[in-house]
Design a protein around this ligand. Structure first.
Ligand SMILES: *Cc1c(COP(=O)(O)O)cnc(C)c1O
Length: 348
């Protein structure tokens, strides 16, 4: 049976977490003279003088309804970056343990590994941008704590094979992180609905993409209570500001707008995909399950720079392994997509 506490770094097994002033009293009404806050109010019009809920219970309850996930299986962080970093700090002994990543993929896994002085073993995706199971199995050793899987994958855009993700969840006795930042743009069901089946699964989602709230910094991790209890013990006590909690709670009354935006982005993706086919210099357009395309062309870096001169900014991935000659293009508004296509056709 998988037990995340068996993976925990030894010095954390005896950790006494910070206990906040309000841990002993749960009510909202009272004379609060326990936290050295400003009892008079705030310098702003709206009052922000009280510390926010460290466990974001109201927000989690609402997200749980929207996602159909039990709030006890939800962790909220300052972007997805926070749970990624916490996983390293909880489970990976610097200079000793390792994790596995599957490039070309999201850059933050490697950066977070480097910051924490943890080896990131790189197992390249196959030529079809799918998981290379046999090589992953060879790369795993007794010090491997986490396998990072990004699906739909950034920067390639595609979902990797779901049966391969399941195979990894079954054979690997560490944490399997499935990053679903782009899950709203794919047709498959989220792995977050299968937590009971896989006790070693942690699913990442974010408010930064489909919800259009990148500036607020709100990431979600879905996992077993046991895994999340560990993250909760080592996180900063007030990791989400009151402003973020209040704003997102309000935003979640507006589900219709999110659905409308996703529909529109999918329509624009269809248009952009067709239009890119009409641009002669583009040699390959990869199939996408996300809100962006990876395309390959000759002189990718030149094209990228020339477009910057016209204030059209794409993501140059041409120096990345398996993405040689590649540029990543986010689906824009109808107008933006047309401007891009015109600019590409007129480049010389
Ligand atoms: C954009 C993105 C995220 C989101 O990160 P935040 O810190 O939540 O903004 C996470 N994972 C992948 C693969 C991404 O592309």
């Amino acid at each position: 049976m998988f037990d995340p506490n068996a993976l925990l770094r030894t010095h954390l097994q005896k950790l006494v977490p910070y206990s906040s002033a309000r841990d002993d009293y749960k009510g909202n009404e009272g004379v609060f003279l326990d936290a050295n806050e400003n009892s008079l109010g705030s310098i702003t019009e709206e009052d922000w003088n009280r510390y926010p809920d460290p466990y974001q219970k109201e927000l989690k309850a609402r997200i749980g309804e929207v996602k159909e996930i039990d709030p006890k299986n939800i962790f909220l962080g300052n972007g997805s970056d926070e749970p990624i970093d916490l996983l390293f700090r909880a489970f990976c002994e610097p200079g000793k343990d390792n994790v596995i990543i599957n490039p070309p993929t999201y850059g933050m896994y490697k950066v977070s590994a480097d910051i924490n002085n943890v080896e990131a073993r790189e197992v390249l995706l196959t030529a079809e941008y799918d998981l290379d199971i046999e090589t992953i199995k060879c790369a795993v050793n007794e010090n491997t704590k986490i396998i990072f899987i990004c699906s739909p994958n950034n920067p390639t855009g595609n979902d990797v094979s779901l049966d391969k993700i399941e195979e990894i969840l079954c054979f690997f006795n560490g944490i399997v992180l499935v990053d679903e930042a782009y899950v709203d743009f794919t047709i498959r069901q989220s792995f977050a609905l299968r937590l009971e089946e896989f006790p070693n699964l942690l699913v990442l989602q974010t408010f930064s993409k489909a919800w259009g709230l990148a500036a607020l910094r709100l990431g979600m991790a879905f996992a077993s209570e046991e895994i999340l209890a560990i993250l909760n013990r080592i996180k900063a006590p007030y990791n989400l500001s009151g402003l973020v909690q209040r704003t997102v709670l309000k935003a979640l009354e507006n589900l219709e707008k999110k659905d409308k935006m996703v529909d529109q982005i999918l329509k624009n993706r269809e248009f952009l995909g067709e239009a890119l086919k009409q641009v002669p210099m583009i040699k390959t357009i990869y199939p996408t399950d996300s809100n962006f395309f990876l395309v390959k062309l000759e002189n990718a870096s030149d094209v990228y720079k020339k477009l910057i001169d016209q204030k059209i900014i794409l993501r140059d991935r041409s120096k990345v392994a398996l993405c040689e000659g590649g540029i990543r293009i986010t689906v824009g508004t109808e107008k933006e997509n047309e401007l891009l296509i015109d600019a590409l056709k007129n480049l010389n």
